[in-house]
Ligand binder design. Structure first.
Ligand SMILES: [Zn+2]
Length: 487
């Protein structure tokens, strides 16, 4: 059988030769026909999608490759004001794993109004999200058959690069508000099979975010998918099963709250504030803000523990380290674990010539991180490419030159990560670790395991110099565990 679009092309050529649809336009017309017709789509004013499913834990799972940690999503409701281009998502997320914020369900309210993205906290206060979040959320708005096809029908949209006409018709759509997406149709039905767009991730660089649609059902003459599965590259980040869909219901006013709309969005990471505190001769806590580092002085070089968050933070930490000891080269950085917030500065550290020291189970990951393209937002390593040198830590790695000794051990059997390292200074009786126990924190689900690791290695710890929280006596950990046991 001749593909429908080909017949349509033929008839367009025969009967309207002067205004023949382009292959790109034909794909959009086919999609509109399959969904219920152009007029039906243009008559959509609002959509409400309700159901549940799961969210992934991208960048924060047990290993770089693992996908077992998910949040169960319940009470999912996405309201879209198609006429105004506004969206509001409400959902409740419950972790199916030991989560550092605790196991209680967490409600989220995420909104988009024009170029204003906002989040509403549990206290009802709306805060404006960053420019990057707004850009990602605007793309997400179009990851639905109705919004993408409706945008593509707009005369100001740009359609390009029709391909796969006989197999999987695909077309690139740049919407009137400047988002470029790829729409792919099911060849047999003409229904949108998936939508993808490119995005920038500070850790992964250029990524493709794709939403796959299936399980179409008829809702008031419109075909709507009941299953939406979203991936970042190959990792599933969301799976939704919709149980109730309403077309042109009352969605109320989805305008951004004034407090969010009037706020200035962050256009990048917060400026770094590095607060230096000497913990012992040759050991400095590079604190300030949420994620700290530790500088270690050897006889002829310096070693950093942790390149956290992003290049803004990590380059500032590296500069502070060089300022403290300008006559010794900073040659290496120890990474506590692979989680995105603790390794977001690794590429910046590589760009500064530092060797990366990390758990054996994360070597492949950091090798990949070092070579991934960052073309959408060239970062320090993209601007100053260098090959990465990565040194693995197995059961133990002792760095020692007579003037300084630090031993690196895996924190085994933690439910936080399988790439977890702690750093122990035997002479100073100092322990450095991230996330396992943060002095002053109210919740510490991984603290007992940290204590077991310290005991099994027979480490004699007097002080904690942590990646989160202030320098604290070891008793802060034992007191916390005792109070937990008492409750
Ligand atoms: Zn972590």
């Amino acid at each position: 059988m001749m593909p429908r679009h080909f017949i349509a092309l033929l008839s367009a050529a025969l009967f309207a030769a002067c205004s023949a649809a382009t292959p790109e336009q034909q794909i959009i017309d086919d999609a509109a026909d399959a969904l219920g017709g152009r007029d039906r789509i243009l008559a959509v004013r609002s959509l409400v999608l309700e159901g549940g499913g799961s969210n992934g834990n991208l960048g924060q799972d047990m290993t770089p490759e693992a996908t077992g940690q998910t949040f169960t999503v319940s009470d999912y409701r996405r309201a879209i004001d198609v006429a105004e281009g506004r969206m509001r998502i409400e959902q409740t997320r419950t972790p199916n794993f030991t989560f550092f914020q605790g196991q209680q369900p967490q409600t989220q309210l995420l909104g988009l109004d024009g170029d204003v993205a906002y989040n509403v906290g549990a206290n009802g206060n709306a805060t404006r999200a960053s420019v990057a979040v707004a850009s990602d959320r605007r793309a997400e708005y179009y990851h639905h058959p109705v919004t993408i096809v409706r945008a593509a029908l707009d005369s100001t949209a740009t359609l390009a690069n029709a391909r796969g006409l006989d197999t999987e018709p695909a077309v690139d759509v740049t919407t009137a508000d400047g988002v470029t997406l790829t729409l792919v149709l099911d060849a047999a039905t003409g229904l949108p099979a998936r939508v993808s767009s490119r995005a920038y991730n500070a850790n992964l660089g250029d990524v493709t975010i794709e939403t796959i649609f299936s399980g179409y059902e008829d809702v008031d003459g419109l075909q709507l998918p009941t299953n939406l599965t979203t991936t970042t590259d190959d990792v599933q980040t969301a799976g939704l099963r919709l149980s109730n869909q309403v077309v042109n219901g009352d969605v109320g006013d989805l305008a951004a709250p004034a407090s969010a709309a009037e706020a200035t969005p962050a256009s990048g990471p917060a400026p770094a504030n590095v607060v230096v505190e000497q913990a012992a001769p040759g050991i400095w806590h590079l604190a300030g803000q949420s994620h700290h580092s530790v500088l270690v002085e050897f006889a002829d070089h310096l070693t950093l523990i942790e390149a956290p968050q992003n290049e803004t933070r990590t380059l500032a930490v590296i500069a502070a380290a060089r300022e403290l000891r300008p006559n010794k080269p900073l040659t290496e950085v120890i990474v506590s674990h692979h989680h995105f917030d603790h390794s977001g500065g690794v590429r910046a550290a590589i760009s500064e010539g530092l060797t990366v020291i990390a758990h054996d189970a994360s070597i492949a990951y950091f090798q990949e991180i070092a070579t991934r393209p960052h073309t959408l937002q060239p970062d320090a390593l993209a601007r100053n490419p260098r090959p990465a040198t990565i040194r693995g830590v197995g059961d133990e790695l002792v760095l020692s030159d007579g003037s300084m000794t630090v031993a690196l051990y895996p924190i085994t059997d933690s439910e936080h990560a399988s790439t977890f390292l702690m750093a122990y200074f035997p002479r100073e009786r100092i322990l450095v670790q991230a996330d396992a126990f943060s002095p002053g924190g109210a919740i510490a689900p991984y603290a007992a395991n940290l204590y077991e690791n310290i005991q099994s290695r027979n480490l004699r710890v007097d002080r904690l110099v942590p990646i989160h929280g202030p320098i604290a006596p070891f008793s802060s950990l034992t007191t916390f565990l005792a109070s937990q046991a008492a409750n």
